[in-house]
Design a protein around this ligand. Structure first.
Ligand code: OAD
Length: 229
């Protein structure tokens, strides 16, 4: 299994105290995603949207990586082949655990984006609707996150890596949001083996599924890979 591509979702950060979206008590049971995770919602009420991401940024900064994040960093360091993490998560816990090949397809909470000139910079802890872009001066700043109706980042590069992968692993994602939900079919079609590690299996499309908490199943799987099992 030389070339491994890993897709992660909210489940990998759940045991770090960051909520998932669709589980009981998930974020989408408390907020309407149309209000806080669409360009239309931002246009209607930018203060509400900035406050939503300010709160999530504070949670992220107060959280720490867990054993699953650390195990994936160890895999990248110790595996003889390539390891790429494509994450739907906007937290930085993979990076803080030590992973360096991490692609944030849904953007990053800790970055800001100008809606006028597309300049990007490190987000302050709190963002507000009147904030101006340090490059062009427009008062159109937003979190650098991908909302529903927008194109996720880096799709061409992600597909290029998926078709080269020997193994595709999906960790802690419900597989309900496209295009990420379709990655398993792309990898299968290109000849990769596929594995799901999740609290509960999502869809019956993986070659193998291991159910359990990320902090347990991920380290166990990483040790197997590194032992050449
Ligand atoms: P979801 O909330 O849809 O799914 C979370 C998944 O994590 C479920 O499959 C759970 O079974 C699993 N899970 C929960 N706790 C776990 C644990 N301790 N260990 C392992 N697995 C666990 O979150 P995502 O699939 O990440 O997008 O959601 C995908 C996208 O939908 C997000 O990136 C976000 C959201 O709307 C945008 O906002 C654009």
């Amino acid at each position: 299994m030389r070339d491994i591509v890993i897709l992660t979702g909210a489940g990998v950060s759940a045991e770090s105290g960051l909520g998932t979206f669709r589980d009981v008590d998930g974020l989408w049971t408390k907020y309407d995603l149309e209000d806080v995770a669409t360009p239309e919602g931002f246009a209607r009420d930018p203060a509400l949207v900035q406050d939503f991401y300010n709160a999530r940024r504070a949670n992220c900064l107060g959280a720490a990586p867990n054993a699953a994040h650390f195990a994936l960093a160890r895999l990248e360091e110790a595996h003889s082949g390539r390891v790429l993490i494509v994450t739907q998560n906007i937290d930085d816990l993979h990076e803080r655990a030590g992973s360096s090949a991490v692609w944030h397809m849904h953007g990053e909470l800790l970055r800001a984006l100008c809606g006028v000139c597309a300049h990007r910079w490190d987000a302050p802890a709190e963002m507000a609707p009147g904030d101006t872009c340090p490059s062009c001066g427009a008062a159109a700043t937003r979190p650098d996150v991908v909302w529903f109706g927008e194109m996720p980042y880096g799709m061409d590069a992600i597909y290029a890596r998926l078709v080269e992968a020997d193994l595709f692993v999906s960790i802690g994602t419900s597989g309900t949001v496209y295009p990420a939900a379709g990655f398993v079919e792309v990898a299968t079609g290109a000849g990769a083996l596929t594995l799901e590690l999740n609290l509960e299996a999502s869809a019956p499309v993986f070659d193998e599924v291991r159910e359990g908490k990320a902090t347990e199943v991920v380290p166990a799987w990483v040790e197997e890979v590194l032992a050449g099992v």
